[in-house]
Design a protein around this ligand. Structure first.
Ligand SMILES: C[S@@+](CC[C@H](N)C(=O)[O-])C[C@H]1O[C@@H](n2cnc3c(N)ncnc32)[C@H](O)[C@@H]1O
Length: 244
């Protein structure tokens, strides 16, 4: 990822509508598919600047974060994260079968992970029997935009591709859905305008959403129930729950 993106991410992820909406969706899926009765062990693979691991994931148990980039881990430390390792998802320096849940949010699509199957097999190895993987990836390669340049996107996915990758790496798929569906038309318009009127690359996260931040947050959060029950037919992201 462009080094400037970590700084932006660290500063916006507590209030930006996208992170807050995705948090609601993620919580819903964890509550539905993992239903932890006791505290569980979680690995956040590609933890970035650490918001998920130090806020809502830690409510479910003990969270270990790994990321390839030391700069990301420095931001995690600012958030008081303690269980951290600088490592690649392609080769995890952690004991086999030591986590009940592996989360990986928007990591495997990066150029730093050229071989997703290898990473997924590492996640599989990390999990206890019946342990769960919660995976989020960006959807549709044709939606590639300037933001993808900044975050070094290797490729964007479809639901069927994610299904294939999970099955090939040994997982049993429990649930898969697109997400960020209601705002999809706006995103398509933005991508089209970027293509028609190219400008200096800008991170999507710097978009000044102003009063729309609350509105967009509610719109995205409102998808949680539908995603967990029926699934969304299209959207900007793909979310999957799979079992070892
Ligand atoms: C778009 S960020 C997502 C961060 C976080 N999961 C979130 O949802 O905010 C992608 C993260 O993947 C990390 N990353 C990229 N390649 C990696 C690899 N091979 N191993 C571990 N982390 C990697 C990047 O450093 C970055 O922090």
């Amino acid at each position: 990822m462009d080094p400037r993106e970590y700084e932006i991410m660290y500063h916006v992820e507590d209030h930006h509508w996208w992170y807050r909406g995705m948090e609601t969706i993620t919580r819903k899926l964890i509550n539905q598919h993992i239903q932890p009765k006791t505290k569980i062990k979680i690995l956040d693979a590609g933890c970035g600047t650490g918001r998920a691991m130090t806020t809502y994931l830690k409510e479910y148990g003990e969270v270990t974060g790994i990321d390839l980039y030391p700069q990301a881990l420095d931001y995690c430390r600012k958030r008081n994260a303690k269980l951290l390792a600088c490592a690649s998802v392609l080769d995890l320096p952690l004991a086999t079968a030591s986590f009940d849940l592996v989360t990986s949010f928007d990591v495997l699509y990066e150029k730093g992970v050229l071989h997703e199957i290898k990473a997924l097999r590492e996640f599989f190895r990390m999990l206890t029997p019946n342990g769960k993987l919660l995976l989020r990836l960006p959807a549709y390669d044709w939606l590639r935009g300037e933001h993808d340049e900044r975050v070094h996107t290797n490729r964007r996915y479809t639901k069927s591709l994610v299904k294939e990758l999970l099955q090939e790496s040994g997982f049993i798929l429990e649930h898969i859905s697109y997400a960020n569906t209601f705002l999809f038309p706006l995103a398509v318009m933005k991508r089209l305008s970027e293509k028609l009127f190219p400008s200096k690359t800008q991170s999507d996260l710097t978009l000044e959403t102003g009063i729309f931040n609350e509105i967009f947050k509610h719109i995205l959060s409102s998808e949680a129930g539908i995603i967990s029950k029926f699934g969304m037919p299209y959207g900007l992201s793909i979310i999957a729950v799979a079992r070892k």
